[in-house]
Design a binder for this molecule. Structure first.
Ligand code: NOJ
Length: 758
């Protein structure tokens, strides 16, 4: 106790060092160094140790020795941050121990995976990406920060900025899709939303760009699997969103579980030290993924826990999340002179600095205000922001004969499907602290429009439990073949003017560890759809899913299809407003939808190959049984109105590196409704020192037009937009001919050309 008192006086002096006494010096740096000089080696290593929550309402959960050990470590100052502790009460109780009972009273940071909201859930990240609306995405992250910080969280493990081209990978739901340009802008918007303009404010949280690097490229989309991609893809596709995150000031970066070219990334000094730190100048905290320090052993890379600690710290991983290896092994490695204590100091400095940036040294309890927590969680303002985001995330995939929007009166509607009145699945995976069954269901949302008659039939079951606590072994194969609900569904559809069929994936069918070997609509749901089609072909298919699915049959037969992903708490309200035309859908796919699983990986910015075809003979790069083209391309999405693109014009055909080119297109709303179009600019670099993609997204604009309204939409092309990681391993442009395409998706074919000269 005595020691604590003296340490406190000392800490107090350090914290009150003021700017005048250290003119021209980094004030926080000085404070950090002073604290560091007070710390024992054990305490320093403790800062590099992150534990998962172990707290019941009033203290450490009694049921496990491990928990008690964690509690003891906490009191000894051997823990620097915690994850998965939620709510003001629990966080306050633990923070009090750190501040009042440890020798130096250094506050903890409390982290959570606030991926798409805390209590109120926004659409899953891939859905938000489909809005292409950076401002709305930033707002969504902002309210997630406001809500989670009101419940004591200071740090989120988001955004996931991994690019992926494989819908089998369950974590595509957490990212921004396949394109590095769009994903980079979205990463920056999310970070801005989470971190605001000042991390020390009580309503901002530190963000994390994850998972460094290439975790989204696991072979066959099986989570945690080997990654084997070349330098070209790594630099041109995987790295850009990380670079953008760093430019946006992200506070931390998380390493992945995967290996990359034979080296697990958590111990990969070439990429953490070499690229992230030295090349890009990242000065924030690098945290391992859960247990990824330890997992270097089964990877067959680290020989044992000592070696894992050595590899991770030497690579530059500052915090060990839940491996419990740093705290057990680093001291020994220093004593054995295997690593230098300087490495520890480097990491601890970054961690302490983050605590300063978050304002925790000024007031460790600043995020912990019970009244605020009560007022902010689920507030109407937050619900409203989530609703706006949800509407904008919906993508209209098909709308033959303008079946949508629906009339608001005198219709008999059969609302069918296991997801039609589901209040749980639409919440998606990664729920942080939200309660199960709290989404507005489609039935509830539609019932707010009372001019039509709705007959609801469930029709079939989802293949998984829908209580949100599905364990792999409990997969309910049992319900999978149950067609007992088909008859009543068919009868309801037969006597209705129109059927709305709401089917797709369970909310826990995508996400971490939820890879699938096929991407069909699961279970008997497609059979249900086919049965309904036999009695009433006026069908609106409303899909809920966390990944692109194979929709080939539906696309061929069903007149109207809405991709709604998993839209979170406000799902039913958003879908109803779109169905009834109170919001005209404007979303565009951030990821290609294949025709079948055999096309995977399929992505719009692919290379041409030496045999692009099509040819009459067989010897060109193609499948013999299906076209090469996807079912729905990247960037695709319809509106209830129609847009016409014409008059693409360019102000010069020759451009030197200092010049810019103005390119513009005439966009006209030729339909009957007001609508929003995402005008997309793609560029093709015709020849390069390495092969170049057939097209790359380089710009987009969201344009709102009244019926009959026309507008010229302009873009500026400058040399930096043409740079890529080339054969010289430099990020630079190369002179030559470029093609420009502008249009409504990645099939855009209005074309111009120009030449870049030096
Ligand atoms: C494992 C996941 O891969 C990572 O994204 C997440 O942040 C951590 N678990 C913590 O929950």
């Amino acid at each position: 106790m005595k020691t604590t008192f003296f340490a406190y006086i000392f800490l107090f002096k350090i914290l009150s060092i003021n700017a005048q006494s250290v003119v021209n010096k980094d004030l926080v740096g000085i404070k950090v160094d002073s604290i560091l000089s007070l710390m024992t080696l054990d305490e320093k290593i403790g800062q590099m140790n992150q534990y998962n929550g172990f707290w019941d309402a009033t203290g450490p959960s009694p049921d496990s020795g491990e928990q008690l050990k964690k509690y003891e470590s906490l009191k000894k100052g051997l823990v620097g941050s915690m994850l998965n502790v939620r709510g003001v009460d629990e966080i306050s109780a633990i923070q009090k121990i750190a501040v009042n009972q440890t020798r130096l009273g250094i506050p903890l940071i409390f982290a959570n995976d606030v991926i798409h909201g805390y209590k109120t859930l926004s659409p899953i990240p891939i859905a938000e990406a489909a809005s292409w609306d950076l401002k709305e995405i930033e707002n969504s992250a902002r309210i997630a920060a406001i809500e989670s910080s009101a419940a004591g969280t200071n740090w989120t493990f988001a955004p996931m900025v991994d690019i992926s081209r494989d819908p089998r990978w369950g974590r595509v739901m957490e990212g921004a899709g396949e394109d590095p340009f769009l994903a980079s802008l979205i990463a920056a918007a999310r970070i801005k939303g989470f971190q605001g303009d000042d991390l020390s404010k009580h309503n901002t949280v530190a963000a994390t760009a994850k998972h460094f690097a290439a975790y989204g490229f696991s072979e066959s989309g099986r989570d945690y699997n080997t990654v084997d991609i070349g330098d070209n893809t790594l630099n041109n596709i995987v790295y850009p969103p990380f670079i953008s995150s760093i430019e946006a000031g992200v506070a931390s970066v998380m390493t992945g579980f995967n290996d990359l070219d034979g080296i697990p990334v958590t111990g990969n000094s070439d990429i953490i030290k070499g690229i992230l730190r030295d090349k890009w100048g990242f000065e924030g905290v690098v945290i391992s993924d859960w247990g990824s320090v330890r997992e270097m052993i089964p990877h067959g890379f680290a020989k044992n826990a000592d070696n894992a600690a050595e590899l991770a710290i030497k690579a530059g991983t500052d915090i060990d999340m839940e491996s419990n290896i740093y705290v057990r092994k680093l001291k020994k490695l220093i004593n054995d002179k295997i690593i230098d204590e300087k490495l520890i100091d480097q990491s601890v400095r970054k961690i302490l600095r983050l605590k300063f940036d978050l304002g925790l040294f000024d007031d460790p309890f600043k995020y912990l205000d019970k009244e605020r927590e009560k007022k902010v969680l689920n507030s109407p303002e937050i619900q409203n922001t989530v609703l706006q985001m949800a509407k904008k995330s919906i993508v209209l995939l098909k709308n033959s004969n303008s079946l949508l929007p629906l009339k608001k009166e005198n219709l008999k509607i059969a609302l069918i499907g296991p997801l039609a009145n589901d209040k749980n699945s639409p919440l998606g995976n990664w729920r942080t602290n939200s309660d199960n069954n709290t989404a507005v269901s489609v039935l509830e949302g539609m019932s707010k429009y009372d001019g039509n008659e709705i007959i609801y039939e469930k029709g079939a079951n989802l293949i998984l439990n829908s209580d949100g606590v599905v364990k792999f072994s409990e997969k309910i194969i049992l319900n999978q073949n149950d067609k007992s609900g088909f008859d009543s569904a068919r009868i309801a559809a037969a006597k209705s003017d129109i059927a709305i069929v709401v089917i797709g994936e369970d909310g826990f069918q995508s996400g971490e560890g939820r890879s699938r070997s096929e991407i069909a609509i699961p279970g008997v749901q497609l059979d249900l759809l086919k049965e309904i089609f036999k009695v009433n072909n006026k069908i609106v298919l409303v899909l809920m899913n966390g990944r692109p699915l194979d929709l080939s049959w539906a696309d061929e037969n069903i007149p109207a299809i809405l991709e709604t992903w998993q839209l979170g708490t406000q799902t039913g309200n958003a879908i109803a407003q779109v169905l009834y035309g109170d919001y005209n859908p404007s979303g565009k796919l951030p990821m290609t939808f294949p025709r079948s699983v055999g096309q995977i990986p399929i992505y719009y910015n692919h290379k041409s190959t030496g045999r692009p075809g099509p040819k009459k003979v067989v010897f060109w790069s193609h499948f013999n049984d299906i076209p090469n083209t996807p079912l729905y391309p990247f960037g695709y999405g319809l509106s209830y109105t129609r847009f016409k693109y014409s008059n693409l014009s360019i102000d010069k055909k020759l451009m030197n590196v200092k010049q810019t080119i103005n390119v513009s297109v005439l966009l006209e709303n030729i339909g009957k409704l007001k609508g929003r179009e995402v005008v997309q600019l793609y560029i093709k670099d015709k020849f390069g020192s390495t092969t170049r993609p057939v097209k790359e997204l380089k710009g987009f604009k969201l344009i709102d037009l009244e019926p009959g309204e026309k507008r010229r939409v302009d873009f500026k092309i400058s040399e930096p937009m043409l740079r890529f990681y080339n054969a010289k391993k430099n990020w630079e442009s190369e002179q030559g001919v470029f093609e420009i395409f502008i249009g409504s998706d990645s099939n855009a074919d209005l074309k111009e050309t120009f030449e870049l000269i030096r």
